[in-house]
Design a binder for this molecule. Structure first.
Ligand SMILES: Cc1cc2nc3c(=O)[nH]c(=O)nc-3n(C[C@H](O)[C@H](O)[C@H](O)COP(=O)(O)OP(=O)(O)OC[C@H]3O[C@@H](n4cnc5c(N)ncnc54)[C@H](O)[C@@H]3O)c2cc1C
Length: 335
């Protein structure tokens, strides 16, 4: 049955804790609800698909329909030759799924533990952390095409996965389920230096359970837990600059953090914001997190507009001081 809630707050549906009033809210409890919404014309009007709301900055009111993805379930498609193929509904909580995999002896997602949000959005944003990206283990995505009103099955290549990007950010699709191919054997992914340090600290090759616990502890020592302080994680992308610009900045700031990439150098946005003097600073009811300058936080009761203003101030100051443009990683939702 299609239940439409009207003039409803999305405060508990976004990790920033913005008290956004949506004109209408509907919930997807089963994948088949999406076709029903389409048939009822709901997907023709202004709408916003929301998983856990952990990568969005909501406005203070939203004039369209918020569609909350809450479809749950997991199905093992095959379990042979040391590989497990598992299809997971988009509304499943990502972190719970990762922990379920570890407990089941299915490996490949350990480094992505404790990322807030849902399984569907993990594919949309191609989440990544500690040297791993989710697209490395996705084999298939089932998506509803809002243009044609039909379901599609896309293999990994057709999803156009890139750094924090996929086809689903650019096309009118709703992700219904994601299929992963996981391994029955655990091989720690230590490509990232922070993970290599964890292994060194433990003094032995960690089990999957140990790795997950260590990564979780490391993550929450640097990031605010959504239940304690509102945020959307890293607010800005790490900017990429040409080699010439990098050399100029490096000469001026020898301790600047940067990594070579194909197009030039990727600068650590957190370093730039910190050096510009913003770490721990407060503007009204929001501010820059005191332990990680890349994270903007809600100190309590702040509005979406306040966060937008803070983001503008921070980016403007970094641009004035370093001549580098910061772009938000967080998705700004318009009223
Ligand atoms: C404390 C904290 C730490 C974080 N750490 C990381 C990290 O280490 N790495 C990382 O990559 N991200 C990180 N994030 C960002 C965020 O957790 C991820 O981007 C997550 O995948 C978002 O999931 P969500 O369900 O909350 O998506 P939402 O915020 O609800 O949605 C994000 C976007 O995806 C769209 N969307 C959501 N579900 C669907 C669907 N089923 N079909 C189509 N479109 C959909 C939405 O419309 C929106 O555009 C962090 C966030 C927080 C708050």
């Amino acid at each position: 049955m299609l239940t439409v809630e009207e003039h409803t707050s999305l405060k508990d549906s976004n990790t920033f804790g913005i008290d956004c009033r949506a004109a209408k809210v509907v919930t997807v409890s089963d994948r088949s609800d999406i076709a029903q919404f389409y048939a009822r014309g709901l997907l023709n009007g202004k709408h916003l698909v929301l998983g856990g709301g952990s990568n969005v900055l909501l406005p203070d009111s939203y004039s369209g329909t918020a569609i909350l993805m809450r479809n749950k379930g997991l199905r093992v498609l095959s379990d042979t030759d040391g590989k497990v193929e598992v299809e997971v509904e988009a509304g499943e909580v990502w972190d719970s799924f990762v922990k379920h995999c570890v407990a089941s002896g299915w490996h490949g997602l350990e480094n992505l533990v404790a990322i807030p949000g849902t399984v569907g959005a993990a594919a949309v944003g191609n989440i990544g952390a500690y040297g791993a990206e989710v697209s490395e283990v996705i084999t298939k995505v089932t998506a509803f095409d809002k243009d044609s009103g039909s379901w599609l099955q896309l293999d990994n290549q057709s999803c156009d996965f890139a750094y924090r990007d996929s086809l689903f950010k650019h096309r009118e699709f709703i992700v219904g389920s994601v299929t992963f191919c996981l391994s029955r054997t655990y091989e720690p992914n230590t490509s990232y230096s922070a993970v290599a340090s964890i292994v060194e600290r433990l003094g032995h090759t960690p089990t999957a359970t140990e790795m997950v616990a260590a990564i979780e502890e490391t993550r929450w020592s640097k990031l605010p837990r959504p239940e304690e302080k509102g945020s959307a994680g890293s607010f800005f992308k790490n900017p990429v600059v040409a080699a010439e610009k990098y050399e100029q900045l490096k000469a001026q700031y020898p301790d600047m953090v940067a990594f070579p990439v194909a197009e030039g150098y990727k600068l650590a946005a957190g370093w730039l914001i910190d050096r510009a003097g913003w770490k721990g600073r407060t503007l009204g009811r929001c501010g820059v997190y005191e332990k990680q300058a890349l994270v903007l936080v809600n100190h309590g009761g702040c509005t979406g507009e306040e966060v937008r203003l803070l983001a503008k101030e921070v980016a403007g100051d970094v641009c004035r001081k370093y001549g580098v443009t910061l772009e938000p990683e967080t998705i700004f939702v318009e009223e």
